[in-house]
Design a protein around this ligand. Structure first.
Ligand code: AMP
Length: 292
């Protein structure tokens, strides 16, 4: 399949009519194996895979890395061609936000957008939901694939689609990691070798926390915190934003009596790089004592 590149709304509209069902993979570019896995998953879900590449100013707060966010379009294009992507939508800021990024009407992520990741990045999820809805309206996909790597984002998009009756099926795809556990991220390329060592504490904390799941929520957090506290004293240090054990749908913290699926979520900064990670786990009731 030849890859069609659309840069403007007009090019996109002209291309859209020649495709049947579309599974959209929205990205900010600097594509890596994590994005490739989303594309491969999308390939099995619809006749055409569309990838969007857009670094969305609306979801970056003041002082965040909008200006230095990696932009690697030629490499991204080669990856899309290699993965059999049919349509690549790579709009400019002016195309997505004609006139100004300060649009009068945006999607509100509500209370859920102010907790966990939203508490450290005010306005972030409003920006994410607004651009995702705009991309849906422009590309008109039947399906859209998002990574579990950004678990709260995935939960919020599912919520938006349900609450606003958006006719797009949302599919979640598991997190792709390096062999040593580091979750792949476009931001990993900012990390110096010693910073990368510190960054490994995030995934290690998640694994230690998950191993304590049979002992209940407090022990999960305690086990994860032990790793994160140690990483706070290394050089370079981890500056922890949060570690939280939450309900996968609402992202509310779970209580000690909670039984069921949960997400252990963690975020922090190493140097000037903001990193997030999470692990799904299951909190089970006490097993019955063995009878002899
Ligand atoms: P981004 O380009 O970072 O905005 O990510 C675009 C999509 O790729 C989002 O749905 C992310 O959740 C997903 N993604 C990013 N990193 C990974 C990863 N390591 N594994 C799986 N999906 C990922």
């Amino acid at each position: 399949m030849t890859l069609v590149i659309a840069r403007t709304r007009e090019e996109l509209a002209a291309a859209r009519s020649s495709f049947g069902t579309i599974a959209l993979v929205p990205t900010m570019g600097a594509l890596h194996e994590g994005h490739r896995s989303l594309i491969r998953r999308a390939r099995g879900l619809a006749g055409t895979v569309a990838v969007s590449i857009f670094v969305n100013p609306l979801q970056f707060g003041p002082g965040e890395d909008l200006d230095r966010y990696p932009r690697t379009f030629p490499e991204d294009l080669a990856i899309c061609a290699d993965e059999g992507v049919g349509l690549l939508f790579a709009p400019t800021v002016e195309t997505m936000y004609p006139g100004s990024v300060e649009t009068a009407v945006t999607v509100s992520s509500g209370e859920m957008g102010t907790i966990v990741e939203g508490a450290t990045r005010p306005g972030h999820f409003d920006g994410v939901l607004t651009v995702v809805l705009k991309l849906f309206n422009l590309v008109r996909p039947e399906i859209a694939v998002f990574g579990e790597k950004d678990a709260q984002q995935l939960a919020m998009i599912r919520r938006m689609v349900a609450d606003l009756n958006v006719p797009v099926w949302i599919d979640g795809s598991p997190t792709v990691r390096e062999k040593d556990g580091l979750a792949l991220s476009s931001r990993n390329r900012y990390l110096s070798p010693p910073e990368r060592v510190t960054a490994l504490s995030l995934s290690l904390a998640l694994r230690r926390g998950a191993a304590a799941a049979p002992d209940g929520p407090a022990k999960v957090i305690k086990a994860a915190r032990a790793v994160l506290d140690e990483a706070a004293d290394t050089d370079p240090p981890l500056e922890l934003d949060y570690v939280a054990l939450v309900d996968p749908t609402t992202f509310e913290e779970v209580g000690e009596e909670y039984v069921g699926p949960a997400v252990l979520a963690v975020a922090g900064r190493v140097g000037s790089t903001h990193l997030i990670d999470n692990l799904p786990l299951y909190l089970a009731p006490e097993p019955f004592p063995e009878t002899s």
